[in-house]
Design a protein around this ligand. Structure first.
Ligand code: ZN
Length: 281
């Protein structure tokens, strides 16, 4: 099983991998820079080299880099969109140092412009970034499923499929993926508790199951369709432990990496990682 959690990147790559091993994880997620945005720390080549060696010796990966959550490719103001574009472009260049990583971002919020306009802005931005890159990056870029809070785009599988189609038709050789957040899809109205198989059938029909590359594994403080996005510890929320037992054993999910983003400290994550492993039949 590939399972881990979100870790602080303040100590660098090697420190994250060592922390992961210390809590029984073999994957981890981290913010590429301050989650509210701003400049990223310069990359330490020695740290990256030590990380790559340690990760391969300890079976760590794939690592999942998370874009700052303030990034809004669908913003109404050019300054907001330019920040999103420059940040993502810079993140993808930096991630070439750790080949085979994945990069997750929240598609964006249309802030009253309408979902269609938002989807166009997001796919335009992605196409420009890949175009400037000159080739397909070694990093797989993932769109995250969203709860539909405010004017968030990406609550429905149709919106994600639309962004993918509009981007890939222009960015040759690029293959986008999707990160399924269990809390977000539940809050977004997909009943993964009552009908996990049906939700995945629908994902397969609309997006294609092969696009699914990662699972953000979070319980939810809210009821189905609440459009809220408040993560809860595994088994302590409205999704519940039995649903997570089905999630980690589901044939279409079980080989994917599971990343916890629950309100836990390191000890709490260690216990949740053990819990998820214990659910595997
Ligand atoms: Zn996220």
């Amino acid at each position: 099983m590939k399972v881990g959690c979100h870790l602080s990147s303040s100590g660098g790559y090697l420190a994250m991998a060592q922390t992961a091993v210390s809590i029984g994880a073999n994957v981890f997620q981290f913010f590429t820079r301050n989650p509210r945005g701003g400049a990223a720390k310069p990359i330490d080549a020695n740290d990256v080299a030590a990380f790559i060696e340690y990760a391969s010796a300890n079976g760590i990966g794939p690592i999942l880099a998370h874009a700052p959550y303030t990034l809004n490719a669908a913003g109404a103001e050019p300054r907001v969109r330019e920040f999103a574009e420059a940040t993502m472009a810079d993140d993808l260049v930096r991630l070439e140092r750790t080949p085979g990583a994945m990069y997750n971002f929240h598609p964006g919020s249309h802030v009253g412009q309408g979902a269609e306009a938002g989807i166009r802005l997001i796919s335009d931005m992605l196409a420009r970034i890949f175009d400037a890159f000159g080739r397909a990056p070694s990093t797989t870029v993932l769109l995250e499923t969203m709860a539909g809070k405010g004017s968030e785009i990406g609550r429905t599988f149709e919106e994600l499929a639309d962004i993918i189609e509009k981007t890939e038709s222009r960015a040759k050789g690029v293959k986008l993926g999707v990160c399924l957040d269990t809390c977000h899809v539940w809050d977004g109205g997909y009943d993964i508790v009552g009908d996990l198989g049906g939700v995945l059938d629908e994902f397969d029909r609309v997006v294609g199951i092969g696009r699914l590359k990662a699972v953000h594994t979070n319980d939810s403080m809210n009821v189905l369709g609440a459009h809220k996005d408040r993560h809860e510890k595994i088994g302590k929320g409205k999704i519940g432990l039995e649903a997570f037992r089905r999630i980690v054993n589901e044939p279409r999910l079980r080989s994917l990496p599971f990343y916890l983003e629950t309100p836990c400290d390191l000890q709490g994550y260690k216990e949740e990682i053990e819990l998820l492993k214990s659910l595997v039949a």
